[in-house]
Unconditional design. Structure first.
Length: 249
């Protein structure tokens, strides 16, 4: 299990449950509002277009999206958000990159630092250079054969395909993500997650104790209202992940 994708996928499924849907809406509204500051037309603002598509996948009411765009463009009054990234270290010496959107930078920074300290991490340092933004689509292995998927996505503009546990990971340049998604949709192939993600250049394999600690840290960070995404370069062997999953059941 790698930190950039599968953990996010598992947590993403939970976020779509009714109990989590409100929090998911809040986070995507912040992203839409911030993106709309660069222009309210999705045809000329790729970031806004991506956020609107994600809102659609979450079944967010269109009125919520329209209001968020108008607040971002200044047509309606509202809270002023700013994006901020945090860098730090987690258990086992792994790199942790946190993307947040906030209306109070000082408050959010203090709260993120507190979470890191309580969960055996530390805020500070420089780790962003270890990550590269990519388009990432996760598809269950029982949906399609690997060779067939490989041919399809490479023809659509993807850069690579890897097998990770019980799923395939399709990587592309961020600007090619929608083209790959469209090719999959045309073949009626369903994906579990499709988003831009920060992919680490290398990973650190963790023992059981550090694995439990990093998963607890990531979960605590993702539950913070201002945190949009958490990336790390940890790698957890399958046998340790199975042990952790069994203990949680």
């Amino acid at each position: 299990m790698s930190g950039h994708s599968k953990w996010k996928t598992n947590k993403g499924k939970k976020a779509l449950a009714d109990a989590k849907k409100g929090a998911a809406y809040t986070k995507i509204i912040k992203e839409i509002t911030l993106a709309a500051r660069e222009g309210g037309d999705p045809d000329t603002n790729p970031k806004l277009r991506t956020m609107m598509l994600r809102a659609k996948e979450l079944n967010m009411p269109s009125d919520n999206v329209k209001m968020a765009i108008k607040r971002g463009t200044g047509e309606l009054p509202g809270v002023i958000y700013e994006g901020i990234n945090y860098e730090g270290d987690g258990p086992g010496g792994v790199a942790v990159l946190i993307e947040a959107i906030t209306d109070n930078k000082n408050r959010t920074t203090a709260e993120i630092r507190n979470i890191m300290n309580k969960k055996n991490g530390s805020l500070g340092g420089s780790v962003a250079w270890m990550f590269t933004m990519k388009g990432l689509i996760t598809i269950a292995k029982d949906v399609i054969a690997e060779d067939e998927l490989m041919n399809l996505v490479l023809e659509a503009g993807a850069e690579d395909l890897k097998a990770e546990g019980d799923a395939y990971e399709v990587f592309s340049k961020p600007q090619d993500l929608e083209k790959v998604k469209s090719a999959l949709t045309a073949k009626k192939i369903k994906w579990e997650e499709a988003e831009t993600s920060m992919i680490p250049s290398s990973t650190i394999k963790l023992n059981a104790q550090d694995a439990k600690s990093i998963l607890a840290l990531v979960e605590a960070l993702e539950e913070h209202d201002d945190v949009q995404a958490v990336y790390s370069n940890f790698e957890i062997p399958d046998e340790i992940m199975d042990q952790i999953s069994a203990e949680e059941e």
